[in-house]
Design a protein around this ligand. Structure first.
Ligand SMILES: [Zn+2]
Length: 190
């Protein structure tokens, strides 16, 4: 097991270039039949944990194994190059996320400004809401009330069950639950 033997004539093509394939027998990734998948994922900028999770379970490669393979320079491309590539891709992804957040924030503040403007014009009597506007507002409030009522009902039922659980023995508590489930009024609530 000498270094010379490890630096065999085998080579691999990465990013259109030919690299000598170095293989260190004590390294789990080098010895793995999933080596190629791991290295491709590394080039793609995936994190060690993500790569480890994405491999089939028989790969048995931990994030640490993958990190060691890269840090110890077993990968045909220089570790710094891969690290740089990964950083660039992380920055790109970060930029995309930031851009998305910016668009959402802009839309949100735009909507807020419109509502505020309408509110001001309504208050000053500059505009009068139509009957249709009033109906829509009423519909909105009714829906809001229904949701609040449902929340209140849920809280009440929870409270009843809490008290029942504290006071009743197991058999009685079970019977209580069964009877409630059978009760026509409660069944109607569905
Ligand atoms: Zn290795």
């Amino acid at each position: 097991m000498t270094a010379a033997r490890n630096l065999s004539l085998a080579s691999t093509k990465v990013g259109g270039r030919e690299y000598p394939l170095r293989s260190v027998p004590t390294c789990f990734v080098c010895a793995s039949s999933y080596r190629r998948e791991v290295e491709e994922a590394l080039i793609g900028g995936a994190g060690y944990r993500t790569i480890s999770r994405s491999l089939p379970s028989d790969a048995n490669l931990s994030p640490r194994n993958i990190a060691d393979h890269l840090k110890n320079g077993h990968f045909p491309i220089k570790a710094e190059a891969v690290t740089r590539l990964r950083e660039e891709q992380a920055q790109e992804r970060g930029a995309i996320v930031a851009k998305g957040a910016e668009v959402i924030t802009q839309r949100y503040s735009f909507a807020r400004r419109i509502l505020q403007r309408v509110d001001e014009r309504l208050a000053s009597g500059e505009i009068e809401p139509s009957v249709q506007d009033a109906l829509k507002a009423a519909e909105f409030l009714a829906r809001f009330d229904a949701e609040a009522a449902e929340d209140a009902l849920t809280r009440t039922v929870d409270a009843v069950f809490d008290v029942a659980e504290q006071l009743l023995d197991d058999d009685t508590y079970e019977a209580f639950g069964r009877e409630l489930a059978r009760h026509p009024e409660l069944r109607a609530l569905g």
